[in-house]
Design a protein around this ligand. Sequence first.
Ligand code: ZN
Length: 331
Amino acid sequence: MPLPKAELHLHIEGTLEPELAFALAARNGVELPYADTEELRKAYQFSDLQSFLDLYYELMAVLRTEQDFEELTDAYLERAAAQGVRHAEIFFDPQAHMARGVGIGTVIEGLGRALDRSEERHGVSTQLIMCFLRDQSAESAMETLEAAKPYLNRIVGVGLDSAEVGHPPVKFREVYEAAAALGLRRVAHAGEEGPPAYIWEALDVLGVERVDHGLRAMEDQELVERLVRERVPLTLCPLSNVRLRAVDVLEQHPLGRMLDAGLMCTVNSDDPAYFGGYVGDNFHAVRDALGLELEQMRVLARNSFEAAFLEHDEGRRGRYLAEVEAYEFGG
Ligand SMILES: [Zn+2]
């Protein structure tokens, strides 16, 4: 039985496996510029974040209908459950779909169809976090928030993703203020490729409660001290960091040093179809590469539930945490 955990940094579009991409392409009459799944997998050699994003946006073209989003989400939940995920807070990128003529309602209703059955079918509780694309304008982000208003009962919070460098958090001050006024929780990618200053800004200007990635916090001792003091969760994605060259090899990943520094780290899969593993694979990979103790694995699992947006159901959080404490490794 795998260690129970929550996944807090997962882009649903990044769970699109080559086989499903080809199946949806055939169903929707979308031509993919790859002969087969094998040729597509060969394209998964990335030099940086942008080289991944180019393929990520290209493949999204196969997602057209509610049923497509439902099947995508159901496939993720099944894989996640098999790796011990008990709760998932799932990112989606509405602008990437709206730009190609797929309405935000189609996206959210399709995702929702899978999420509504998730507990019964997979034993996974879920929340949705709507992300703004930071390489798009602040006006576009505000329009997206406006378009999401009929569906706010489906969304727990907002996030910020896509190409980081050159798009500092401050660009999105107004839309984050508007989201907060609507009662939405706030997270943002920061310090993946961007500098520690972006993490400060995400905290101070956007008011985020969790930092997605936050890898480069380790370059700024004052920032580390603040993150430790305020117990700000960081949603790290180790296999993603290697694939996108944020670190050269997993053995050099700072996760171990971050845990030693007292940072509230969690381990997540980011875009698992592209980066070589789901969240359980990430746990195993860091344990092997960094020589983490089993009790450090338990800390990571405990952190994931403590960092989850479960304030509306503390009883549930308590049950999940009890499962983590009772877990016997190797059992
Ligand atoms: Zn991400």
